[in-house]
Write a protein that binds this ligand. Structure first.
Ligand code: GAL
Length: 352
């Protein structure tokens, strides 16, 4: 039996209960009935031999049990099979208290990064198997700045790449379930879109009979159901969290697998407007987010401003060996965010 881990060791290989490095990249964590579930890209067989979305479970966040493939590559639709080299990136799972279903959203992609669509899947169990529902692009709206010919935005709707989900602790629209949002890099990564989800969390919140936000509903919906944020700033890896009624968003710049400087922004409404505050990393001499790209922020004691920053340290040639950078993220009295490097740390010693 593996020795029990009692600390996080950022940037090192992290064995699961089988002794294999955790491959849950671009991932996210769901806490459900006292247990944590970690979902992410299973890159263990390499970039091209995509396995699907992996799931691991843990009670203490240090020791993880491999639960198998929650969504298998072979269960993806035709458009993502065979020669298309289909791949799922940055999957996230949330729980819908009304339908009691686990809902997964993902960036569904093909080689060339032009497919750029949202995928949605559901399951009755946290560990899956997830049933794939469809791929689509939520917003078919032509921004004034133009559109991307590479991804066919004019015909197919605005592109959908690095993504995240956020479930609020409020039900502002009164549909009996907490409001949830999808946020994603759109307009060929130039601008971030945030769109409210429907009461089942399976698609965006639109009037019956409509499947996408279209130009004609722009005026009606822009600002109430969706918004364009960090306009033309070309930010990726959106990573949201909430602290004392404010909505925080960490993003990366857009440099592929290479790390770059993170930035965070704050808003008093989930749809924005987000005001850019700067780099949350302290003493990060290289200004590369401690050689990582954000993927999740996990609340530990949100009201006290105690969170865990989770990022990927990508290794492009051996994507499955990419490591995980977990670091304490704290929020000061004035609302400012700090992420500090630790070679090794535990929850007990981090926040004092
Ligand atoms: C990054 C993105 C990753 C992946 C990669 C591919 O910018 O954040 O999720 O898509 O590009 O080059």
């Amino acid at each position: 039996m593996e020795m029990q881990r009692k600390a996080f060791v950022p940037g090192r290989l992290w064995p699961d209960h089988r002794g294999q490095h955790i491959s849950a990249h671009g991932g996210g964590i769901l806490k459900h009935e006292g247990k944590y579930y970690w979902y992410g890209e299973d890159n263990s067989q390499g970039y091209l031999n995509h396995v699907g979305v992996s799931c691991y479970s843990s009670k203490d966040l240090y020791n993880w049990t491999y639960e198998g493939t929650a969504l298998k590559q072979e269960n993806l639709p035709e458009e993502l099979q065979g020669r298309h080299d289909g791949r799922i990136e940055r999957p996230k799972v949330i729980y819908n208290s009304k339908t009691r279903k686990f809902v997964m959203w993902m960036h569904a992609e093909r080689s060339g990064y032009a497919f750029s669509s949202a995928g949605v899947a559901v399951s009755d169990n946290p560990t899956g198997p997830f049933e794939f529902l469809f791929v689509d692009r939520p917003v078919a709206f032509e921004p004034d700045e133009g559109f991307d010919a590479h991804t066919g935005e004019w015909e197919l709707g605005n592109s959908f790449r690095d993504m995240h989900l956020f479930v609020d602790d409020e039900d502002a629209n009164g549909d009996g379930v907490n409001d949830a949002y999808v946020m994603y890099a759109s307009e060929a990564n130039w601008t971030l879109y945030i769109v409210r989800l429907n009461d089942e969390y399976t698609w965006v919140d639109l009037p019956a009979g409509t499947t996408r936000i279209r130009p004609q509903c722009k005026a009606e919906h822009l600002g109430s159901v969706w918004s364009r944020q960090l306009i033309r700033r070309m930010r990726e890896a959106p990573t949201p969290f909430k602290y004392r009624g404010n909505y925080y968003l960490i993003t990366s710049a857009c440099t592929g697998w290479n790390p770059n400087q993170a930035e965070y922004a704050i808003s008093d409404h989930p749809l924005g407007d987000y005001l850019v505050k700067g780099d949350p990393c302290i003493d990060d001499t290289e200004r590369t987010t401690f050689d990582s790209q954000s993927t999740f922020v996990l609340p530990i004691d949100a009201d006290k401003g105690r969170f865990i920053y989770i990022g990927d340290r990508w290794i492009p040639d051996e994507l499955g060996k990419s490591t995980h950078v977990w670091l304490p993220l704290t929020i000061d009295q004035d609302g400012s965010v700090s992420i500090r490097w630790h070679d090794q740390w535990s929850l007990e010693d981090a926040y004092s």
